[in-house]
Design a protein around this ligand. Structure first.
Ligand SMILES: [Zn+2]
Length: 424
């Protein structure tokens, strides 16, 4: 059965909740969901108030981050809510955003282990059991609720990644999906949840809650599109998407500052160019003598522009470096083509100033590494016209509309001051 609800976004101040909850109740909406995002409204307090202010509306909290609360406290809160407002309260728990958990000193090494232990203990406590567990994170010694919900209570889990989706199927009564999940994404998520259910031999209902964007009233479609675009620009659910430099291209390769080995940026970047040239020069390799000479005999004075100039002047060692980096560049963009299949790759940054010395080998290696090569059209690989400033110009361009608005507001304020001297 499909149930329709709305979300009271935690970006709104708590003072607005009463009006929204009452309007939802009167309009006949089935559910209102609250998000316990850090460091905004807290989930339980807001849910309790919303339920008390309304007659029939069901209220859900999606979700309570488990590292923030001892499981016994969560069980007490949930049991109290279920007894105060029978059949009107739902709750999901989840890993929480790791950055926020770090901020409050609650981040754990294995969020999956914590969630598994937490949900199992929480469900047992809400089921009225006496719980004694000694897990990695959850430790309870003969804990039993005095006032458990009379008929137990469902515990949902928020899940994004495949591992958590499977875990949710295995240990939780339902799953909450993030707001950017597509229709296909819901299908995939459901399949993963079912894998978990099969693994845990779980039967019975498993509710799936999906947060979706919606808009009403005049220009709803345009506002929704603008909102989705803004949402789409957010780099992933946790703000760390787009780190293509950390895709692994060499198993057990060079150590990267991200903690892994063999990341793309350890093979194709300006830093690599300088590092390799300096290593070559420091090893006193005769092939690197001309580069060292350009740097006045000082290894640490070797930099990107110097190597680029040497390559452009035909220096064989510098050209070799660009060729090698170009080859790795091609391997990485072939991976990106497998994921995104764009029509054009534009290579910017300092390295791109070398032009065809870099782009040529990149194109060749791209053609050799491309998945389904010879059976698909090949994307163009071109040099960014704005070279090293491409990123900067792009960022400035994004800021342009805001700057325009700011200038207009300042001009209006100036006019106002001119018309009404003596006011601020
Ligand atoms: Zn890395």
């Amino acid at each position: 059965m499909t149930v329709l609800g709305a979300i009271f976004l935690p970006a709104l101040p708590p003072e607005r909740l009463r009006g929204v909850a009452r309007a939802a109740d009167e309009a006949g909406l089935e559910e209102l969901w609250l998000w316990e995002d850090c460091f905004k409204e807290s989930g339980i307090a807001a849910a309790a108030a919303a339920l008390a202010w309304t007659e029939r509306l069901r209220v859900g909290v999606g979700l309570l981050p488990v590292p923030l609360r001892n499981v016994a406290l969560t069980a007490m809160e949930l049991a109290t809510m279920h007894r105060l407002f029978p059949d009107r309260f739902s709750v999901a728990v989840g890993h929480g955003v790791q950055g926020w958990m770090e901020q409050v000193g609650a981040r754990v090494e294995s969020p999956m282990t914590l969630l598994r232990e937490y949900v199992s203990a929480l469900r047992a406590l809400l089921g009225g059991e006496t719980v004694t567990v000694s897990g990695r994170y959850v430790r309870l010694d003969g804990v039993k609720l005095d006032w458990p919900p009379p008929s137990g209570a469902a515990v949902l889990a928020g899940a994004v990644g495949p591992g958590t989706l499977r875990l949710s199927g295995e240990v939780a009564d339902g799953t909450v999906l993030v707001s950017s999940t597509t229709t296909d994404g819901v299908r995939r998520a459901r399949a993963l949840v079912d894998e978990g259910r099969a693994a845990g031999q779980v039967t019975g209902d498993h509710r799936v809650v999906l947060f979706a964007h919606a808009a009403t009233g005049p220009d709803a479609q345009a506002r929704l599109a603008a909102y989705q675009q803004r949402w789409g620009e957010e780099p992933g659910r946790f703000g760390v998407a787009g780190e293509f430099g950390h895709m692994q291209v060499v198993p057990d390769g060079r150590r990267c500052e991200c903690g892994n080995r063999g990341c793309w940026e350890q093979y194709a970047s300006g830093n690599v160019l300088v590092r390799e040239a300096r290593e070559m020069a420091a090893a006193n390799s005769p092939v690197a003598h001309p580069i060292l000479e350009r740097a006045g005999g000082d290894v640490s004075a070797i930099n990107g522009p110097l190597i680029t100039a040497a390559a452009q002047d035909g220096d064989p060692a510098a050209r070799e470096l660009f060729e090698e980096i170009g080859q790795w560049l091609g391997v990485g963009i072939a991976n990106l083509a497998a994921a995104f299949d764009p029509g054009t790759f534009v290579i910017g940054g300092g390295l791109s100033e070398a032009g065809d010395l870099l782009i040529g080998p990149a194109r060749d290696s791209f053609s050799r590494s491309l998945t389904g090569r010879r059976f698909r059209p090949e994307a163009r690989v071109v040099q960014a016209r704005l070279g090293n400033t491409a990123g900067l110009v792009g960022a400035a361009d994004l800021a342009r509309p805001f700057a325009r608005r700011f200038r207009r507001a300042r001009a209006r304020a100036r006019d106002r001051r001119a018309r009404h001297p003596g006011t601020l």
